[in-house]
Design a binder for this molecule. Structure first.
Ligand code: HEM
Ligand code: CU
Length: 553
């Protein structure tokens, strides 16, 4: 038997079963699901770190974490959430959905796809192993500014392992992005022109372009920091003629576009969910695409808004301020498109829709206080306070995380044939919404009261205690909402009957025209594609409405 197996020619597709079928797969659906599972585990890991951080800040002199532990935990909280959760989770959805939505059998490069997946746990291993070495993990914040991170101030190997981990993740993202771009450009079903691609696919295309252009700069700047720390270069060391501001320039050249890498996929998700649960086409399909592309392009011009306080020249400051505010325009266009989609629709507030609407309101708050912070004089006052911490969480939690849960509740039936429990979903939504506002709204107030970010403790009597305690209570409320999700996930997976059918929500896109879960090869036959809503067209035809989707402009 054994020799027979070995003698099998390598090109013959092998049928593995059980765990091996997952570990060795190159099927985009299995890969996508594993991406989602890994990244959600990292979301919980980052969440536990956040709860410890919040516990330490609940009272003045709480004494739960030492100064050093605090620095490690908040650094790893942010790094985990950004690099191991929000960025790869978008690739997870894209992996599962993009080939289905464009009618392809798989991704263009299935093995690179598997590589991109497995680099993620490897990177996590590298980053988290630093907790167990002398000196502990990276501790200078996820932004790793020199001179704080030069070898004198941060001698431990934690920072080097962090650099290595983020580099590995960069390779994974670029591999994924190229795969998505090539797949979309070369493997679309006949009839699916660019102007008939689902919005989610469009948002993944824009995201992938950002990843492809921005990530190499990150790779370069990380390498420079690594050699500064380990082989005696001095790119960022002013004692040797280097310049620490150079780090900020290059780091933010990646990290500002990265914000859109983190939020565009979620925007794509809610652009799929809102029309379906409003029973209307997306209002202004093309406007949403152009707005997404405009956000992508403008996103590359504004990185210096993270650097107002470094003393940029006046022309740069003014340019950056106006360019930053101008991103509010395409974002506003999208907001109106989403609201216009819901306007006059017959809205059904099922769990996916609730999370999508939650995205609209929470992201709006994050967007407004972002534009507010873009005013340079305001930024001088609020920079490095809890205001900023509040802002990023309204964007990343209120935006991305709500969008991600909208996607999980929406596509879970496609992935498994089963529904997640509606009641638990609603409970989770309300706990999450209340928890997030209790956590992050007080941080606006704390910022205005001058509480700096990244402090491990604070004195009593500054007027900060009350709102810090409220924020911590909010954080644990979010924690409870996540327990509800875990319970729902395992219960539904185990006990729910397979009642979803092919098309439980009456969706618009191709994935709803095949079984749940889809067969290995995805599509046997493809329907005629005359619009960006082929599943809707087919349903109309079945119901005797001739003709095709009205054209949108
Ligand atoms: C339970 C939910 C969460 C809580 C309670 C929480 C709490 C916090 C707190 C208190 C800080 C500030 C630490 C400090 O400045 O000393 C922080 C920082 C940060 N968090 Fe979260 N967080 C949560 C979820 C998330 C999510 C989902 C993301 C991203 C997807 C995220 C990204 C970040 C980032 C990037 C920072 C760094 C800010 C900086 O550079 O100073 N957090 N978080
Ligand atoms: Cu930015």
């Amino acid at each position: 038997m054994a020799t027979g197996a070995i003698a099998r020619p390598a090109h013959e597709a092998k049928e593995y079963t059980g765990l091996l079928a997952w570990l060795l797969t190159t099927d985009h659906k299995k890969i996508g699901i594993m991406y989602l599972i890994f990244t959600i585990i990292f979301f919980f890991t980052g969440g536990v770190l956040a709860l410890l951080v919040r516990l330490q800040l609940a009272w003045s002199d709480a004494g739960i974490l030492s100064q050093d532990q605090y620095n490690q935990f908040f650094t790893m909280h942010a790094s985990t959430m950004l690099f191991l959760f929000v960025i790869p989770v978008g690739a997870g959805f894209a992996n599962y959905l993009l080939p289905l939505m464009i009618g392809a059998k798989d991704m263009a490069y299935p093995r690179i796809n598997a590589l991109s997946l497995w680099l993620i746990p490897l990177a996590a291993l590298v980053m988290f192993s630093s907790f167990f070495i002398e000196g502990g993990s990276a501790a200078a914040g996820w932004t790793e500014y020199p001179p704080l991170t030069n070898g004198t101030f941060m001698p431990g190997k934690g920072t080097d392992l962090w650099i290595l981990g983020v580099q590995i993740l960069g390779i994974s993202s670029v591999g994924g992005a190229i795969n998505f771009l090539v797949t979309t450009m070369t493997m679309r079903a006949p009839g699916m022109t660019l102007a008939r691609m689902p919005i989610f696919v469009w948002m993944i295309v824009v995201t992938s372009v950002l990843v492809t252009f921005a990530t190499p700069v990150l790779a370069g700047v990380l390498t420079m920091l690594f050699t500064d720390r380990n082989v005696g270069t001095s790119f960022f060391d002013p004692r040797e003629g280097g310049n620490p501001i150079l780090w900020q320039q290059l780091f933010w050249f990646y990290s500002h576009p990265a914000v859109y890498i983190m939020v565009l996929p979620a925007m794509g998700i809610i652009s799929e969910v809102l029309p379906v649960f409003s029973r209307k086409p997306l209002f202004g399909y093309k406007a949403v695409i152009y707005a997404g592309a405009a956000i992508g392009v403008l996103g590359f011009t504004v990185w210096m808004h993270h650097m107002f306080a470094t003393g940029l020249s006046a022309p740069l400051t003014i340019w950056t301020m106006f360019a930053t505010m101008s991103i509010g325009v395409p974002t506003g266009v999208k907001m109106f498109n989403w609201l216009g989609t819901m306007w006059g629709g017959s809205i059904s507030l099922k769990a996916p829709m609730l999370f999508a609407v939650g995205f609209l309101f929470m992201f709006l708050i994050g967007g407004i206080d972002g534009v507010y912070s873009a005013f340079v004089p305001v930024d001088y006052a609020l920079n490095d306070t809890y205001w900023v911490v509040s802002h990023i969480h309204y964007v990343l939690f209120g935006g991305s995380v709500f969008g991600i849960f909208a996607g999980i509740f929406y596509w879970f039936p496609k992935m498994t044939g089963k529904f997640l429990n509606e009641t638990l979903g609603k409970l989770q939504f309300w706990l999450m919404l209340i928890g997030m506002n209790l956590t992050f709204m007080p941080m606006h107030i704390l910022g205005l009261k001058g509480m700096p970010r990244r402090i491990a403790d604070y004195e009593a009597g500054l007027g900060w205690e009350y709102w810090n305690l409220v924020a911590t209570i909010g954080a644990f409320t979010i924690g409870v909402s996540m327990m509800v999700f875990i319970a729902n996930f395992f219960m539904s997976l185990k006990t729910a009957p397979k009642t979803a059918g092919d098309d439980p929500w009456e969706g618009n896109t191709l994935e709803w025209m095949i079984s749940s879960p889809p067969p290995e090869q995805n599509f046997d036959t493809l329907p005629e594609i005359n619009s960006e809503r082929p599943a809707w067209d087919a349903r109309m035809q079945r119901q005797g409405f001739a003709g095709r989707t009205q054209q949108h402009s």
